[in-house]
Design a binder for this molecule. Structure first.
Ligand SMILES: NC(=O)c1ccc[n+]([C@@H]2O[C@H](COP(=O)([O-])OP(=O)(O)OC[C@H]3O[C@@H](n4cnc5c(N)ncnc54)[C@H](O)[C@@H]3O)[C@@H](O)[C@H]2O)c1
Ligand SMILES: [Zn+2]
Length: 403
Protein backbone atom coordinates (compact mmCIF):
# COMPACT_ATOMS: atom_id res chain seq x y z
CA UNK A 1 0.00 0.00 0.00
CA UNK A 2 2.80 2.35 0.94
CA UNK A 3 4.54 1.90 -2.44
CA UNK A 4 1.39 2.53 -4.42
CA UNK A 5 0.78 5.77 -2.60
CA UNK A 6 4.31 6.91 -3.29
CA UNK A 7 3.89 6.29 -7.02
CA UNK A 8 0.73 8.36 -7.09
CA UNK A 9 2.41 11.18 -5.22
CA UNK A 10 5.39 11.09 -7.57
CA UNK A 11 3.20 11.10 -10.66
CA UNK A 12 1.39 14.13 -9.36
CA UNK A 13 4.64 15.91 -8.77
CA UNK A 14 6.00 15.03 -12.21
CA UNK A 15 2.83 16.26 -13.84
CA UNK A 16 2.63 19.52 -12.01
CA UNK A 17 6.22 20.61 -12.25
CA UNK A 18 6.88 20.32 -16.01
CA UNK A 19 3.49 21.80 -16.89
CA UNK A 20 4.32 24.96 -15.00
CA UNK A 21 7.82 25.02 -16.44
CA UNK A 22 6.59 24.85 -20.06
CA UNK A 23 4.23 27.76 -19.83
CA UNK A 24 1.07 29.30 -18.60
CA UNK A 25 -2.23 28.60 -20.32
CA UNK A 26 -5.44 30.54 -20.12
CA UNK A 27 -8.34 28.58 -21.54
CA UNK A 28 -10.48 31.15 -23.27
CA UNK A 29 -14.12 30.17 -23.50
CA UNK A 30 -16.81 32.02 -25.42
CA UNK A 31 -20.28 30.57 -25.75
CA UNK A 32 -22.27 32.07 -28.57
CA UNK A 33 -25.82 31.16 -29.43
CA UNK A 34 -26.60 31.58 -33.09
CA UNK A 35 -30.25 32.15 -33.74
CA UNK A 36 -32.03 33.15 -36.91
CA UNK A 37 -35.61 32.94 -38.09
CA UNK A 38 -36.46 31.13 -41.31
CA UNK A 39 -39.79 32.55 -42.43
CA UNK A 40 -42.12 31.15 -45.08
CA UNK A 41 -44.39 33.55 -46.89
CA UNK A 42 -46.03 34.50 -50.18
CA UNK A 43 -45.47 37.97 -51.61
CA UNK A 44 -42.86 39.35 -49.19
CA UNK A 45 -42.87 42.81 -50.77
CA UNK A 46 -46.61 43.32 -50.78
CA UNK A 47 -47.00 46.46 -48.64
CA UNK A 48 -49.22 44.85 -46.02
CA UNK A 49 -46.93 41.85 -45.52
CA UNK A 50 -44.97 42.93 -42.43
CA UNK A 51 -42.55 39.99 -42.31
CA UNK A 52 -39.67 41.74 -44.06
CA UNK A 53 -39.85 44.93 -41.97
CA UNK A 54 -40.41 42.92 -38.78
CA UNK A 55 -37.41 40.77 -39.61
CA UNK A 56 -35.05 43.72 -39.99
CA UNK A 57 -36.37 45.32 -36.83
CA UNK A 58 -36.46 42.20 -34.71
CA UNK A 59 -33.42 43.02 -32.54
CA UNK A 60 -33.72 46.80 -32.16
CA UNK A 61 -37.28 48.00 -32.46
CA UNK A 62 -36.61 51.68 -31.93
CA UNK A 63 -34.29 52.59 -34.76
CA UNK A 64 -34.51 52.78 -38.50
CA UNK A 65 -32.82 49.92 -40.35
CA UNK A 66 -30.81 50.72 -43.46
CA UNK A 67 -30.54 47.97 -46.08
CA UNK A 68 -29.09 47.30 -49.49
CA UNK A 69 -30.40 44.66 -51.86
CA UNK A 70 -28.30 42.43 -54.08
CA UNK A 71 -30.35 40.58 -56.65
CA UNK A 72 -29.75 37.68 -59.03
CA UNK A 73 -29.83 39.07 -62.60
CA UNK A 74 -32.21 36.35 -63.75
CA UNK A 75 -34.59 37.11 -60.89
CA UNK A 76 -34.42 40.80 -61.77
CA UNK A 77 -35.21 39.96 -65.40
CA UNK A 78 -38.08 37.64 -64.49
CA UNK A 79 -39.55 40.17 -62.03
CA UNK A 80 -39.16 43.54 -63.81
CA UNK A 81 -41.07 45.46 -61.13
CA UNK A 82 -39.05 44.00 -58.22
CA UNK A 83 -36.90 47.12 -57.69
CA UNK A 84 -39.96 49.37 -57.70
CA UNK A 85 -41.88 46.96 -55.46
CA UNK A 86 -39.06 46.99 -52.88
CA UNK A 87 -38.86 50.81 -53.04
CA UNK A 88 -42.64 51.07 -52.55
CA UNK A 89 -42.45 48.57 -49.69
CA UNK A 90 -39.64 50.53 -48.02
CA UNK A 91 -41.64 53.72 -48.41
CA UNK A 92 -44.70 52.10 -46.85
CA UNK A 93 -42.63 50.91 -43.88
CA UNK A 94 -40.41 54.03 -43.77
CA UNK A 95 -40.80 54.42 -40.02
CA UNK A 96 -38.69 51.29 -39.57
CA UNK A 97 -36.69 50.59 -42.72
CA UNK A 98 -34.61 52.60 -45.15
CA UNK A 99 -33.61 51.36 -48.61
CA UNK A 100 -30.08 52.66 -49.32
CA UNK A 101 -30.00 52.36 -53.10
CA UNK A 102 -31.44 50.64 -56.14
CA UNK A 103 -30.85 46.88 -56.05
CA UNK A 104 -27.38 45.81 -57.13
CA UNK A 105 -27.72 43.16 -59.82
CA UNK A 106 -25.14 40.38 -60.13
CA UNK A 107 -25.09 37.59 -62.71
CA UNK A 108 -27.23 34.61 -61.71
CA UNK A 109 -25.91 31.06 -61.70
CA UNK A 110 -22.65 29.38 -60.84
CA UNK A 111 -20.51 31.92 -62.73
CA UNK A 112 -21.13 34.51 -60.00
CA UNK A 113 -19.19 32.47 -57.44
CA UNK A 114 -16.02 34.10 -58.69
CA UNK A 115 -13.46 36.39 -57.11
CA UNK A 116 -14.13 39.15 -59.67
CA UNK A 117 -17.83 39.25 -58.76
CA UNK A 118 -16.90 39.22 -55.09
CA UNK A 119 -14.47 42.12 -55.55
CA UNK A 120 -17.05 44.17 -57.48
CA UNK A 121 -19.56 43.51 -54.77
CA UNK A 122 -17.19 44.56 -51.99
CA UNK A 123 -16.39 47.76 -53.88
CA UNK A 124 -20.04 48.59 -54.46
CA UNK A 125 -20.93 47.90 -50.82
CA UNK A 126 -18.05 50.14 -49.71
CA UNK A 127 -19.29 52.93 -52.02
CA UNK A 128 -22.72 52.62 -50.46
CA UNK A 129 -21.06 52.89 -47.05
CA UNK A 130 -22.62 49.70 -45.81
CA UNK A 131 -21.58 49.48 -42.17
CA UNK A 132 -22.08 47.04 -39.31
CA UNK A 133 -25.51 48.49 -38.59
CA UNK A 134 -26.71 47.99 -42.15
CA UNK A 135 -28.30 44.90 -43.66
CA UNK A 136 -27.42 43.19 -46.89
CA UNK A 137 -30.43 41.51 -48.43
CA UNK A 138 -29.57 38.83 -50.98
CA UNK A 139 -32.31 37.76 -53.39
CA UNK A 140 -31.52 34.88 -55.70
CA UNK A 141 -30.55 31.31 -56.32
CA UNK A 142 -28.08 29.40 -54.15
CA UNK A 143 -25.10 30.62 -56.15
CA UNK A 144 -25.95 34.30 -55.65
CA UNK A 145 -26.68 33.70 -51.96
CA UNK A 146 -23.28 32.02 -51.59
CA UNK A 147 -21.25 34.88 -53.06
CA UNK A 148 -23.30 37.60 -51.34
CA UNK A 149 -23.04 35.66 -48.08
CA UNK A 150 -19.28 35.56 -48.42
CA UNK A 151 -19.15 39.28 -49.22
CA UNK A 152 -21.36 40.04 -46.20
CA UNK A 153 -19.34 37.80 -43.89
CA UNK A 154 -16.06 39.47 -44.84
CA UNK A 155 -17.19 43.09 -45.14
CA UNK A 156 -16.24 44.74 -41.83
CA UNK A 157 -15.72 41.17 -40.54
CA UNK A 158 -19.42 40.50 -40.88
CA UNK A 159 -22.49 42.49 -41.76
CA UNK A 160 -26.02 41.27 -41.12
CA UNK A 161 -27.30 39.20 -44.01
CA UNK A 162 -30.90 38.51 -44.88
CA UNK A 163 -31.26 35.75 -47.45
CA UNK A 164 -34.26 35.56 -49.74
CA UNK A 165 -33.78 32.36 -51.71
CA UNK A 166 -35.60 32.20 -55.05
CA UNK A 167 -35.07 28.61 -56.21
CA UNK A 168 -36.43 25.39 -54.80
CA UNK A 169 -32.92 24.24 -53.94
CA UNK A 170 -32.04 27.51 -52.25
CA UNK A 171 -35.28 27.54 -50.24
CA UNK A 172 -35.11 23.95 -49.07
CA UNK A 173 -31.35 23.61 -48.59
CA UNK A 174 -28.69 26.06 -49.80
CA UNK A 175 -30.26 29.22 -48.44
CA UNK A 176 -31.18 28.13 -44.92
CA UNK A 177 -27.81 27.01 -43.51
CA UNK A 178 -24.62 28.58 -42.25
CA UNK A 179 -22.26 28.31 -45.22
CA UNK A 180 -21.25 30.56 -48.07
CA UNK A 181 -18.41 30.70 -50.54
CA UNK A 182 -17.01 31.06 -54.02
CA UNK A 183 -15.19 28.73 -56.39
CA UNK A 184 -11.43 29.20 -56.75
CA UNK A 185 -8.33 27.41 -58.07
CA UNK A 186 -10.52 24.97 -59.93
CA UNK A 187 -12.39 23.83 -56.84
CA UNK A 188 -15.97 24.38 -55.88
CA UNK A 189 -16.48 26.40 -52.69
CA UNK A 190 -12.72 26.61 -52.18
CA UNK A 191 -13.05 29.94 -50.38
CA UNK A 192 -15.81 30.69 -47.92
CA UNK A 193 -16.87 31.00 -44.33
CA UNK A 194 -19.32 29.57 -41.89
CA UNK A 195 -21.57 32.46 -40.98
CA UNK A 196 -25.14 32.37 -39.76
CA UNK A 197 -27.50 34.76 -41.56
CA UNK A 198 -29.49 37.35 -39.65
CA UNK A 199 -32.64 35.85 -41.14
CA UNK A 200 -33.98 33.87 -44.07
CA UNK A 201 -37.24 34.71 -45.81
CA UNK A 202 -38.59 32.08 -48.21
CA UNK A 203 -41.13 33.64 -50.55
CA UNK A 204 -42.76 30.90 -52.62
CA UNK A 205 -44.00 33.41 -55.22
CA UNK A 206 -40.51 33.69 -56.67
CA UNK A 207 -40.63 30.04 -57.73
CA UNK A 208 -43.25 30.78 -60.41
CA UNK A 209 -40.64 32.00 -62.88
CA UNK A 210 -38.16 29.16 -62.50
CA UNK A 211 -37.26 27.14 -65.54
CA UNK A 212 -38.93 23.72 -65.37
CA UNK A 213 -35.65 21.93 -64.73
CA UNK A 214 -34.82 24.24 -61.81
CA UNK A 215 -38.20 23.53 -60.25
CA UNK A 216 -37.48 19.84 -60.24
CA UNK A 217 -33.74 19.91 -59.55
CA UNK A 218 -34.13 21.15 -55.99
CA UNK A 219 -36.46 18.28 -55.12
CA UNK A 220 -33.45 15.95 -55.19
CA UNK A 221 -32.35 17.48 -51.87
CA UNK A 222 -35.73 16.62 -50.35
CA UNK A 223 -35.34 13.00 -51.48
CA UNK A 224 -31.81 13.01 -50.05
CA UNK A 225 -32.70 14.39 -46.65
CA UNK A 226 -35.71 12.07 -46.40
CA UNK A 227 -33.47 9.08 -47.13
CA UNK A 228 -30.99 9.89 -44.37
CA UNK A 229 -33.31 11.47 -41.83
CA UNK A 230 -37.03 10.87 -42.20
CA UNK A 231 -38.68 7.77 -43.71
CA UNK A 232 -42.15 9.30 -43.16
CA UNK A 233 -41.13 12.23 -45.35
CA UNK A 234 -39.93 9.77 -47.98
CA UNK A 235 -43.37 8.12 -47.93
CA UNK A 236 -44.96 11.56 -48.25
CA UNK A 237 -42.77 12.35 -51.26
CA UNK A 238 -43.77 9.05 -52.89
CA UNK A 239 -47.46 9.76 -52.24
CA UNK A 240 -47.20 13.30 -53.64
CA UNK A 241 -44.79 12.67 -56.49
CA UNK A 242 -47.36 13.51 -59.16
CA UNK A 243 -48.38 16.77 -57.45
CA UNK A 244 -44.72 17.69 -57.05
CA UNK A 245 -43.93 16.85 -60.67
CA UNK A 246 -46.84 19.11 -61.67
CA UNK A 247 -45.41 21.78 -59.31
CA UNK A 248 -48.66 22.15 -57.38
CA UNK A 249 -48.24 25.00 -54.88
CA UNK A 250 -49.37 23.28 -51.68
CA UNK A 251 -47.28 20.18 -52.28
CA UNK A 252 -44.23 22.24 -53.27
CA UNK A 253 -44.55 24.50 -50.22
CA UNK A 254 -44.80 21.54 -47.84
CA UNK A 255 -41.87 19.77 -49.52
CA UNK A 256 -39.72 22.90 -49.15
CA UNK A 257 -40.75 23.52 -45.58
CA UNK A 258 -40.12 19.99 -44.35
CA UNK A 259 -36.84 19.74 -46.24
CA UNK A 260 -35.62 23.08 -44.86
CA UNK A 261 -36.68 22.01 -41.37
CA UNK A 262 -34.73 18.75 -41.60
CA UNK A 263 -31.63 20.60 -42.79
CA UNK A 264 -31.98 23.12 -39.96
CA UNK A 265 -32.41 20.34 -37.40
CA UNK A 266 -29.31 18.66 -38.66
CA UNK A 267 -27.26 21.84 -38.36
CA UNK A 268 -28.47 22.62 -34.85
CA UNK A 269 -28.66 19.10 -33.45
CA UNK A 270 -26.27 17.05 -35.56
CA UNK A 271 -23.37 18.01 -33.30
CA UNK A 272 -21.15 19.46 -36.03
CA UNK A 273 -22.56 22.73 -37.40
CA UNK A 274 -19.21 23.85 -38.78
CA UNK A 275 -18.35 20.53 -40.34
CA UNK A 276 -15.15 19.77 -38.50
CA UNK A 277 -15.76 16.04 -38.47
CA UNK A 278 -15.81 13.72 -41.44
CA UNK A 279 -19.35 12.53 -41.08
CA UNK A 280 -21.69 14.36 -43.48
CA UNK A 281 -24.91 12.44 -43.76
CA UNK A 282 -26.54 15.32 -45.63
CA UNK A 283 -23.92 14.89 -48.32
CA UNK A 284 -25.49 11.58 -49.29
CA UNK A 285 -25.16 11.25 -53.07
CA UNK A 286 -22.93 14.30 -53.22
CA UNK A 287 -19.45 12.91 -53.83
CA UNK A 288 -20.45 11.79 -57.33
CA UNK A 289 -22.68 14.84 -57.78
CA UNK A 290 -19.84 17.30 -57.24
CA UNK A 291 -17.67 15.44 -59.71
CA UNK A 292 -20.45 15.23 -62.30
CA UNK A 293 -21.11 18.95 -62.07
CA UNK A 294 -17.46 19.61 -62.84
CA UNK A 295 -17.02 17.09 -65.67
CA UNK A 296 -20.20 18.30 -67.36
CA UNK A 297 -19.02 21.89 -66.94
CA UNK A 298 -22.20 22.61 -64.97
CA UNK A 299 -24.46 21.48 -67.80
CA UNK A 300 -26.05 19.46 -65.02
CA UNK A 301 -27.75 21.43 -62.29
CA UNK A 302 -26.60 20.65 -58.74
CA UNK A 303 -29.92 18.96 -57.94
CA UNK A 304 -29.82 16.90 -61.13
CA UNK A 305 -26.32 15.74 -60.29
CA UNK A 306 -27.47 14.91 -56.75
CA UNK A 307 -30.31 12.79 -58.15
CA UNK A 308 -27.80 10.76 -60.16
CA UNK A 309 -25.54 10.56 -57.10
CA UNK A 310 -28.44 9.27 -54.99
CA UNK A 311 -29.28 6.62 -57.58
CA UNK A 312 -25.63 5.59 -57.76
CA UNK A 313 -25.02 5.43 -54.02
CA UNK A 314 -28.28 3.58 -53.49
CA UNK A 315 -27.11 1.08 -56.12
CA UNK A 316 -23.74 0.83 -54.42
CA UNK A 317 -25.50 0.25 -51.09
CA UNK A 318 -27.28 -2.74 -52.69
CA UNK A 319 -24.02 -4.08 -54.16
CA UNK A 320 -22.39 -3.75 -50.75
CA UNK A 321 -25.14 -5.87 -49.24
CA UNK A 322 -26.56 -3.05 -47.14
CA UNK A 323 -29.76 -2.04 -48.87
CA UNK A 324 -32.64 -4.14 -50.14
CA UNK A 325 -33.13 -4.07 -53.90
CA UNK A 326 -36.79 -3.09 -53.51
CA UNK A 327 -35.73 0.04 -51.56
CA UNK A 328 -33.31 0.99 -54.31
CA UNK A 329 -36.07 0.48 -56.88
CA UNK A 330 -38.44 2.70 -54.87
CA UNK A 331 -35.82 5.45 -54.64
CA UNK A 332 -35.09 5.40 -58.39
CA UNK A 333 -38.80 5.27 -59.19
CA UNK A 334 -39.44 8.35 -57.06
CA UNK A 335 -36.59 10.30 -58.68
CA UNK A 336 -37.84 9.40 -62.15
CA UNK A 337 -41.43 10.25 -61.29
CA UNK A 338 -40.36 13.68 -60.08
CA UNK A 339 -38.68 14.20 -63.43
CA UNK A 340 -35.10 13.93 -62.18
CA UNK A 341 -32.33 12.24 -64.14
CA UNK A 342 -30.73 9.06 -62.75
CA UNK A 343 -28.09 8.72 -65.42
CA UNK A 344 -25.59 10.77 -67.40
CA UNK A 345 -23.03 9.35 -69.80
CA UNK A 346 -20.25 11.02 -67.86
CA UNK A 347 -20.96 8.72 -64.94
CA UNK A 348 -18.56 6.42 -66.82
CA UNK A 349 -15.86 9.10 -66.82
CA UNK A 350 -12.75 7.74 -65.08
CA UNK A 351 -12.43 10.97 -63.10
CA UNK A 352 -15.58 10.01 -61.26
CA UNK A 353 -13.75 7.26 -59.42
CA UNK A 354 -10.83 9.64 -58.90
CA UNK A 355 -13.44 11.96 -57.43
CA UNK A 356 -13.39 9.80 -54.35
CA UNK A 357 -9.79 10.85 -53.76
CA UNK A 358 -10.78 14.52 -54.02
CA UNK A 359 -13.61 13.92 -51.65
CA UNK A 360 -11.22 12.40 -49.14
CA UNK A 361 -8.94 15.41 -49.53
CA UNK A 362 -11.84 17.78 -48.99
CA UNK A 363 -12.61 16.01 -45.73
CA UNK A 364 -8.95 16.06 -44.75
CA UNK A 365 -7.78 12.48 -44.94
CA UNK A 366 -10.23 9.79 -44.02
CA UNK A 367 -12.84 8.74 -46.52
CA UNK A 368 -16.31 8.84 -45.06
CA UNK A 369 -19.23 8.22 -47.33
CA UNK A 370 -22.86 7.92 -46.40
CA UNK A 371 -24.64 4.87 -47.77
CA UNK A 372 -28.04 3.45 -46.93
CA UNK A 373 -29.06 0.46 -44.86
CA UNK A 374 -32.69 1.26 -45.46
CA UNK A 375 -34.97 4.20 -46.16
CA UNK A 376 -34.19 6.73 -43.43
CA UNK A 377 -31.23 4.66 -42.22
CA UNK A 378 -27.85 6.09 -43.19
CA UNK A 379 -24.71 4.01 -42.91
CA UNK A 380 -21.21 5.44 -42.81
CA UNK A 381 -18.65 3.69 -44.99
CA UNK A 382 -14.92 4.36 -44.88
CA UNK A 383 -14.01 2.55 -48.05
CA UNK A 384 -15.53 2.28 -51.47
CA UNK A 385 -14.68 -0.81 -53.48
CA UNK A 386 -14.08 0.01 -57.09
CA UNK A 387 -15.46 -3.28 -58.32
CA UNK A 388 -18.76 -2.76 -56.51
CA UNK A 389 -18.92 0.80 -57.73
CA UNK A 390 -18.50 -0.39 -61.31
CA UNK A 391 -21.29 -2.91 -60.81
CA UNK A 392 -23.53 -0.15 -59.44
CA UNK A 393 -22.71 1.98 -62.50
CA UNK A 394 -23.50 -0.92 -64.86
CA UNK A 395 -26.80 -1.47 -63.10
CA UNK A 396 -27.75 2.14 -63.64
CA UNK A 397 -26.63 2.46 -67.27
CA UNK A 398 -29.78 2.52 -69.44
CA UNK A 399 -27.85 1.15 -72.42
CA UNK A 400 -26.91 -1.95 -70.44
CA UNK A 401 -30.31 -2.30 -68.90
CA UNK A 402 -32.08 -2.36 -72.27
CA UNK A 403 -29.77 -5.05 -73.62
N1 LIG B 1 -24.23 27.39 -48.85
C1 LIG B 1 -24.75 26.18 -48.82
O1 LIG B 1 -24.95 25.60 -47.75
C2 LIG B 1 -25.10 25.50 -50.10
C3 LIG B 1 -25.74 24.25 -50.05
C4 LIG B 1 -26.10 23.66 -51.26
C5 LIG B 1 -25.80 24.28 -52.46
N2 LIG B 1 -25.16 25.48 -52.46
C6 LIG B 1 -24.84 26.17 -53.71
O2 LIG B 1 -26.05 26.61 -54.34
C7 LIG B 1 -25.81 26.71 -55.74
C8 LIG B 1 -26.98 26.13 -56.49
O3 LIG B 1 -28.13 26.86 -56.19
P1 LIG B 1 -29.42 26.82 -57.12
O4 LIG B 1 -29.80 25.43 -57.37
O5 LIG B 1 -30.39 27.74 -56.51
O6 LIG B 1 -28.89 27.31 -58.52
P2 LIG B 1 -28.50 28.75 -59.08
O7 LIG B 1 -28.26 29.72 -58.04
O8 LIG B 1 -27.43 28.50 -60.07
O9 LIG B 1 -29.86 29.16 -59.86
C9 LIG B 1 -30.28 28.45 -61.01
C10 LIG B 1 -30.68 29.42 -62.12
O10 LIG B 1 -31.96 29.99 -61.81
C11 LIG B 1 -31.90 31.42 -61.87
N3 LIG B 1 -32.95 31.87 -60.97
C12 LIG B 1 -32.90 31.91 -59.62
N4 LIG B 1 -34.10 32.23 -59.12
C13 LIG B 1 -34.93 32.40 -60.17
C14 LIG B 1 -36.32 32.74 -60.28
N5 LIG B 1 -37.09 32.90 -59.21
N6 LIG B 1 -36.83 32.87 -61.53
C15 LIG B 1 -36.07 32.64 -62.61
N7 LIG B 1 -34.77 32.31 -62.57
C16 LIG B 1 -34.20 32.18 -61.35
C17 LIG B 1 -30.49 31.73 -61.53
O11 LIG B 1 -30.09 32.98 -62.01
C18 LIG B 1 -29.73 30.59 -62.23
O12 LIG B 1 -29.56 30.88 -63.58
C19 LIG B 1 -24.50 26.02 -56.00
O13 LIG B 1 -23.51 26.98 -56.23
C20 LIG B 1 -24.22 25.27 -54.73
O14 LIG B 1 -22.84 25.12 -54.48
C21 LIG B 1 -24.81 26.10 -51.30
ZN1 LIG C 1 -26.72 19.59 -52.34
Amino acid sequence: VGTALTVVALRKLQWEVPAAAVGDVIMQRIAVVLEYPVAFTRGAFEPDNAIFADTLARRERDRKHRFVVVVDSNVAAAWPTLGADIAAYAHHHRARIDLAAEPISIPGGEACKHESVLADLHRRLAELRVDRHSYIVAIGGGAVLDVVGYAAATLHRGVRLVRMPTTVLAQNDAGVGVKNGINAFGSKNFLGTFAAPFAVINDSRFLATLEPRDRVAGMAEAVKVALVRDPAFFAWLVAHADALAAFETDAVEYMIRRCAELHLEHISQGGDPFELGNSRPLDFGHWAAHKLEVVTDHALRHGEAVAIGIALDSGYSVEAGLLAERDRAAIVELLVKLGLPVWHDRVRDPVLVDGLADFREHLGGELCITLLEGIGRPFEAHEVREQLLRRAIDQLDPARRSR
